[in-house]
Design a protein around this ligand. Sequence first.
Ligand code: BGC
Length: 517
Amino acid sequence: MTQMLLSTAVACATVAAVAAAVMVWQKFHKHSHCDQALVLLYEFRHACATPLYVLRHISEHVALEMQAGLNQPGGSQLMMLPTFIEKLPNGCEKGLFYALDLSGTNFRVLRCLLGGPNARVIKQEYEVVAIPRALLLGTSEELFDFIAQRLISFIKLEGPEFQRGHNWNGHQIRELGLTISFPICQTSHNTGILIKWTEGFKIADGVGKDVVAMLQSAMDRQKGFQIRVAVLINDTVGTMAGGHYWNDDVMVGVILGTNTNACYVECNLPEDIQTKSGKMVIYMEWGRFWSSHLPRTYIDEQLDNESVNPGDRGFEKMTGAMYLGEIVRRVLARMAQEANLFGDSVPTKLKQPFILLTLEMSKMHADESPDLRIVDKVLKDVFDIKRTELSERRIVHSVCDTVTMRAARLAAAFIVGILKKIGRDGWDATGVSSRLMALPRDSEHRARLELKRTVVAMDGILYEHYHRFRIYMQAAVYELLSEAAARKLVIELSKDGSGTGASILAACHSEFAPSYS
Ligand code: BGC
């Protein structure tokens, strides 16, 4: 039923889009300077198209690349990095736990008091600290000393309600979950070798060393408090852990934000990475994915060539909020250049890379006023374009729609690629997943699995705040899945994986708190 409703909704949306396109065409017909811009718009739309068969190819390709990356490290564009995490929170965790999120030139420290199944997250506090510029260019010891110092200052502000929470079994050691956004090769759930400094850091040493050991030594140099890193994670793993804390059907964690990535629970591990349970969370670095099935345009190629990492992160450059506004700006700049959209000369600010934030783009896209007043305002505020005609604003609106629809539908295909890999896609006619089909029809295990839902824990500004992105993505996920599989799939918002999620995962891997399983 849901599937039918969605298919009908999608069909209606398509009809409406075509009708809108025709209306736009008719309205512009009198205005010759818009004709050429419309031709460019239709060309761009055509190049960005993501019909169902293309999305299916992409899902299949993702699933295949996932397996290739698992079979052989470096054997795929997807990194498929093992986390050595097999235990996920279940809501019973208790005590005070810290998180440290080092994901850019700011870092964040957070404390979280967990009260078990009834009380859950009782209280949390955090602080954001800017890293002084000099430290971004200094040594790893200077950087970690600064981080440890600020962490200790934050710990010193712990109020009595938090202190009552942490005194498990009389120990005085605080435990924390560390989220790092630099590429790390994890060697256990709380150790990992730094592969590269990124995100604006130009530190001479540290590559090839264990990040947890570097932080631990710095924390030990700050006398007075004992701190143990219980887990080292990627932010997607925190998102999944945060989701699993509330719902143990969570199998996948996805971030659709400034950048993008996903992780999931792998139950068929390769021989060389085994765990007691036979399961492990793997994170994919899916932003790096590239496939000839991706609808890449001239604008994407241009953006990639002029980026700091040409040839890398193909999917992220089409889907991350960091890039969507920039893609729109480039399309508009081309229309201004080649079709005199916005007048005889190209507005100066329209030539400035990354001036249009995805947030501003989403405001234009959400504009439902008959005269597109918000589009007009954003064009004025961002590009200093004083006067626009309604026909021009309609074109701008349509470019935003095209870029977002492509991004959302591609994200959907990637999510379904993961479901396919873990046998939760159910593409056969009856909607029974391939994993279930392998089990005897009358087995209890199969009956239990048939009732189970697959939950994707999702975070990121695109999903949370960009309404049309979310709608397009959900519609495409349902388009790709059978009705039965779609009914069993739930996408849930799981906020702050790198903070709350990391502290909950630290609780789950605590050496001192009682076991929660
Ligand atoms: C990073 C990932 C991270 C993602 C989402 C990407 O640029 O490479 O490790 O999970 O952003 O924050």
